[in-house]
Design a protein around this ligand. Structure first.
Ligand SMILES: [Mg+2]
Length: 141
């Protein structure tokens, strides 16, 4: 087993999805990438609550969730970020099976930076969590 020995800082990661299979899959991928630490949420409300308790570099946000969907959760987090100077804005990544232009526009409008189409591979996931945030932001624009 090879492991990544680069001294890149580990991304503080929040993953929100109402599908337990997706959360399990993400955990397995994180373990394989030697990046086991993440906080998991099962709806948008939990994601917003988690954001309030600790800073994150990246948030993987499912779009369709009960209680509060990913769009509304993203709006809330962006609003909270704008009200504080302490937290660096998180990279928010839409995890969705809907990679249509219409949904991409909607995701952008609510404040998401990127879209990770489902289903995704461990390679897609690795690129995402190991890239510099600035690289990711400029890649999508
Ligand atoms: Mg969902």
């Amino acid at each position: 087993m090879s492991s990544n020995t680069q001294s890149t800082p580990k991304t503080r990661l929040l993953v929100a999805d109402d599908n337990p299979f997706i959360l399990d899959l993400v955990q397995v991928m994180l373990n394989k990438l030697n990046h086991p630490e993440a906080v998991f949420a099962t709806n948008g409300l939990e994601a917003v609550t988690a954001w309030k308790t600790q800073p994150f570099d990246m948030i993987l946000m499912d779009c369709q969730m009960p209680e509060m969907d990913g769009y509304e959760a993203t709006r809330s987090i962006r609003k909270l970020e704008s009200e504080t100077t302490t937290n660096h804005p998180a990279i928010i990544v839409a995890m969705t099976g809907d990679a249509t232009q219409r949904n991409r526009v909607l995701c952008r409008e609510v404040g998401m930076d990127l879209l990770l189409p489902k289903p995704f591979t461990i390679s897609d996931f690795k690129i995402l969590i190991e890239s510099e945030p600035t690289t990711l932001r400029s890649a999508e624009k």
